[in-house]
Design a protein around this ligand. Sequence first.
Ligand SMILES: Cc1cc2nc3c(=O)[nH]c(=O)nc-3n(C[C@H](O)[C@H](O)[C@H](O)COP(=O)(O)OP(=O)(O)OC[C@H]3O[C@@H](n4cnc5c(N)ncnc54)[C@H](O)[C@@H]3O)c2cc1C
Length: 339
Amino acid sequence: MEILEQHSLQTYNTFGIEAKAAFFTEAQNLDDLRAARRFADERGLDCLMLGGGSNVLLSGDYEGLVVINALRGIDAEPLAGDEVAVTIQSGENWHELVLHCVEQGWGGIENMSLIPGCVGAAPLQNIGAYGVELKDVFIRLEALSLETLEVETFDKAACQFGYRESFFKREGKGKYWVTSITLQLTTAGHRINTSYGAIEQTLEEWQISQPTIADVSKAVIHIRQSRLPDPAVLGNSGSFFKNPVIPETLFQTIQATHPEVPSYPAGEGLVKLPAAWLIEECGWKGKRVGNTGCHERQALVLVNHGGASGAEIMQLSSDIQASVLEQFQIRIEPEVNFI
Ligand SMILES: Cc1cc2nc3c(=O)[nH]c(=O)nc-3n(C[C@H](O)[C@H](O)[C@H](O)COP(=O)(O)OP(=O)(O)OC[C@H]3O[C@@H](n4cnc5c(N)ncnc54)[C@H](O)[C@@H]3O)c2cc1C
């Protein structure tokens, strides 16, 4: 395992922010992960694992050891009925996994096509898109404890999944490196889910009335490409904020002055609002501040127009939070991990 020093992280984060890692390595297997952790421990360094860097905001240079996850491999084991358990090593690219599953005829994750990043980060925030979340197909994961260097198994209940949440973003934060995940997918009788967003409309335009999992995947890719900026062209980390869940009483106050406010039920006495709508109402959509800004088509996406620092994006994010708080009395929380 080679350790590099003062290594640029610009191509390892989708915001494209220039920051340096004091130490940097790539882990191909479990032995590399353990060696990386020991290297950091011996020198009293912090460690940061990165997959695709598509959900991080680097606030500056990283003084510890950055470990790039390159653990690869996919195994499938038939289950009873029309199902298969697929175990994926955590350094596999998520979207390539989706395409592989669709090609194999395994259904369940096609609605999550084109989400950037690696498999290992997917359980951290219970990734989701177009009406499906990771938890819907999740069986278990394996993770290396950074304390004992032993591999532990977490079933679905132990992961404590919520909306863009899990045990690994709370009590387990910074304590484990996910090494593999196992998903339960269908081999026949797929549960096709086209009810969310513009999937149905897209399939209708394509004159597809009996969509396959491949059709759904293609529709989701098509919709995402037309709505979200490609990080390879314009630095971003997708949705920057989570959609807030607020008490119904506050929602009614907002609705009195903004009858058009979109909302979704979120449990007893609770309502979820789209953060994008709140941000847009505060006048941020398409606004540029120095090298940063709010995307012109999607207010929830903060972008690096070129040369922005992590500090500039953090400033923009806190200015947006402050104006939403002032106008609506709602504190929107970042989905992105600040490093
Ligand atoms: C254009 C765009 C669109 C997006 N759309 C969606 C979407 O529709 N739905 C959605 O849920 N997300 C979306 N995201 C966010 C992002 O793609 C996901 O959160 C993804 O799972 C992050 O994976 P990553 O490998 O890039 O994680 P990274 O950014 O590398 O890491 C994120 C965090 O996880 C930690 N981490 C990474 N790997 C591991 C591991 N193996 N073990 C322990 N900790 C680890 C890191 O230390 C960091 O704290 C989008 C991002 C972009 C840029």
